[in-house]
Design a binder for this molecule. Structure first.
Ligand SMILES: C[S@@+](CC[C@H](N)C(=O)[O-])C[C@H]1O[C@@H](n2cnc3c(N)ncnc32)[C@H](O)[C@@H]1O
Length: 252
């Protein structure tokens, strides 16, 4: 396989770059170099959010690049969502065809609950696949676990990572894994706490809000001791349900 210089953005290429949780020193070297040297930094931003956290995290690496903040509404409408990203994909593809390099910055990892996945899928209709690249970033589940030095998996533990927004699905997942990581937990924390209380799991749940985002960070290492407060959308829960040791019939 031909080697490819990922540290230098290529003319006409698109990079979905994961930038980690929001602390500039948690970008990978590859991410930092690409942001520093590309022609365009694209930062999608939900319409109701005050500022682009992703852009703030890469501020130390910005200089002459053109910055495009793409505002999009948060909607649960598949058709409209895909149309919107198709429009942006056409624009990005045109810029790449004109010889520019485009970096889309994404909090965490670009392939985990990320808008960059929509754009990547749409770009596949407009650009050659070898001009599309993904740079992994530290995802929220890794950030959250690291803040408590929480072991996520050992031996044959099952780790489930999911959105907290469907409570029935969360209830089912509690029965099928040893570690459950819930993204988007901020808006439904009350219902989640009720469910965990019913299952006697409240004291096994840890919460990270705005992890690695300076003074905004909130860490709760035992939800049974926590007086609930309103939370940011940037909230992740880790529920350590149990342990699954080596199973007798498993392959060695
Ligand atoms: C749209 S998803 C983005 C996930 C991101 N692509 C990743 O890999 O971490 C947003 C959810 O990620 C989680 N999240 C992202 N950044 C976080 C942070 N700094 N602290 C805690 N949770 C975070 C929260 O659960 C939030 O609701």
């Amino acid at each position: 396989m031909a080697t490819f210089d990922f540290m230098t953005p290529q003319a006409g290429h698109f990079y979905a770059v994961g930038i980690g949780p929001g602390a500039p020193d948690l970008l990978t070297l590859r991410a930092a170099r690409l942001v520093e040297q590309c022609d365009i930094v694209l930062s999608p931003q939900a319409k109701n959010s005050a500022k682009s956290l992703a852009l703030a995290a890469v501020r130390p690496f910005l200089d002459q690049q053109e910055i495009i903040v793409h505002n999009y509404p948060m909607e649960r409408n598949d058709g409209k969502t895909r149309d919107r990203w198709q429009q942006l994909a056409r624009d990005v593809a045109q810029r790449c065809a004109a010889g520019q390099s485009v970096v889309q910055v994404t909090l965490g990892d670009p392939l985990i609950f990320a808008t960059s996945s929509y754009l990547l899928q749409s770009l596949a209709d407009h650009m050659p696949s070898d001009h599309l690249h993904v740079i992994p970033g530290i995802s929220a589940f890794q950030t959250a676990a690291s803040r408590f030095a929480e072991v996520l998996t050992l031996q044959e533990d099952r780790l489930t990572l999911m959105s907290a927004t469907n409570l029935d699905a969360v209830a089912q997942a509690l029965d099928h894994c040893e570690t459950l990581v819930l993204y988007k937990a901020g808006g439904c924390i009350e219902a989640l706490m009720d469910l965990l209380r019913q299952r006697n799991l409240l004291s096994r749940a840890r919460l990270v809000s705005c992890g690695e985002q300076g003074d905004h960070e909130l860490l709760v290492d035992d939800l049974s001791q926590w007086a609930m407060t309103p939370l940011s959308y940037m909230t992740t829960l880790i529920v350590k349900i149990g342990q699954r040791g080596w199973q007798e019939n498993a392959a060695s």
